[in-house]
Design a protein around this ligand. Structure first.
Ligand code: GCU
Ligand code: CA
Length: 406
């Protein structure tokens, strides 16, 4: 890739200033008192048991269906946590269903608190739509509700972790994927993972004979994460995959590019070492991903390569070295390549790119600005492998904006 070859130093900006992609809004907590309209209480608003907030609490009638209802406003549809402050001075729990916008979303039970003056908060997680939502507590036993003081609604992602799946070199794909009974293959974990999952790889080498395909998507608030467990060294080795290397002048079919091949959105790959693949990580038309603390080395094409419509990807603290492409006489394999396609908001921070056969970083025909900060490239473009007819370029940072002719 010889055209538009420029050499540049560390910490530079390709094109114009790029705005850092907005992260999820800060979570906000809003209190809704039971005695303040539009809240409703099928009973009375009382103030005879101390410790409540505001001017009173809802003393529901002691009857099935004697409900309390709150109207809450949330900025963005999703999941909110609801803290329900209540007191139950009896000796038995009071069950209720939780009804959001007319649909029952879960059952809960308000346990005894020891006295009517002993208030406690129970935390629930419920789905909501954008704007106003009714959240109704509907007692399902003749005792009715406990006394209800208020609810507090926190928007944004719930504080607790999403689901986790563990993978270990000595695991078994028939296992449930727990820490004590891990899966065997990364692909199995990927296939099982809903949005929000964190896939944790135990230390060791994973060397499947076909590449790992990330074709499903997370969401902005619920990305799917693949990371090493607890600082352990997890290696994905592509040597058993096809095209390692491809023959001279051979081409690699796009789905087979990358020991890890991404076409879904909102993935986070953290703390993994990806080696000897037909490309290390290859992303095609993929956005909203985080590539953090990856090592991509000794692959048979570029270490980390994003192609096509690519926006809002973050490459953080990448080490990419020793990548080479015998199939193209060393002229294609870069440490980091975002060199064909377009899309805003891509950011590279803290990359170290060395001893690759072509360039350290290559933005050749990428048409949009990419922000690069605090990154280094050295020692690229030397024939360290005895590749015949060697034609690696050896740019540190090759700037982009070339023809859109691919
Ligand atoms: C008592 C208590 C009330 C409470 C009621 C109940 O009457 O004073 O505040 O609501 O018990 O059992 O629901
Ligand atoms: Ca009551």
């Amino acid at each position: 890739m010889r055209r538009n070859a420029f050499i540049a130093g560390a910490s530079l900006l390709v094109g114009a200033v790029v705005v850092w992609p907005t992260s999820a809004a800060e979570a906000a907590t809003i209190r809704y008192e039971a005695e303040v309209a539009p809240a409703t209480c099928d009973g009375t608003i009382d103030s005879n048991h101390a410790g409540f907030s505001g001017s009173g609490f809802c003393n529901g009638r002691n009857a099935t269906g004697a409900a309390a209802q709150f109207t809450v406003n949330v900025p963005v549809a999703g999941t909110v946590t609801v803290g329900v402050r209540f007191a139950n001075g009896t000796t038995s729990a009071r069950p209720a269903t939780v009804i959001v916008n007319g649909s029952t979303v879960q059952s809960t039970s308000f346990e005894v608190t020891g006295a009517w003056t002993s208030w406690t908060t129970k935390t629930l997680t419920v789905p909501v739509g954008t704007g106003n939502n009714t959240i109704r507590f509907n007692p399902t036993s003749s005792g009715g509700l406990p006394n209800l003081d208020y609810i507090e609604v926190t928007d944004g992602p719930p504080p607790q972790q999403g689901p986790e799946l563990y993978v270990a070199p000595n695991g078994d794909d028939a296992n449930p994927g727990s820490l004590s009974q891990p899966l065997r293959t990364v692909q199995r974990a990927v296939d099982l993972a809903p949005a929000g999952t964190t896939i944790l790889l135990r230390g060791g080498t994973y060397a499947p004979s076909t590449n790992i395909q990330l074709l499903k998507s997370g969401t902005a608030s619920q990305p799917i994460t693949i990371r090493n467990y607890n600082g352990e060294r997890a290696i994905i080795d592509g040597e058993n995959m096809p095209h390692t290397p491809a023959p001279v002048d051979g081409s690699i079919p796009r789905p087979e590019r990358g020991a890890v091949h991404i076409e879904g959105e909102h993935w986070r790959l953290i703390g993994l070492e990806i080696i000897n693949g037909p490309y290390g990580v290859f992303g095609l038309d993929t956005s909203g991903n985080v590539f953090e603390r990856l090592v991509t080395r000794d692959n048979y094409e570029s270490g980390l390569h994003l192609q096509g419509a690519s926006s809002n990807n973050q490459v953080i603290n990448l080490d990419s070295f020793g990548n080479r492409d015998p199939r193209n006489n060393g002229e294609s394999a870069d440490g980091l390549a975002i060199k064909e396609g377009s899309g805003g908001g891509n950011v590279v921070r803290g990359a170290r790119l060395w001893n690759n056969s072509d360039d350290g970083f290559d933005a050749w025909e990428f048409l949009s600005p990419i922000l690069i900060e605090n990154s280094l490239a050295w020692g690229n473009g030397f024939n360290r492998w005895g590749i015949p007819n060697y034609s690696g370029d050896g740019n540190g940072f090759k700037l982009g904006g070339g023809d859109e002719d691919l």
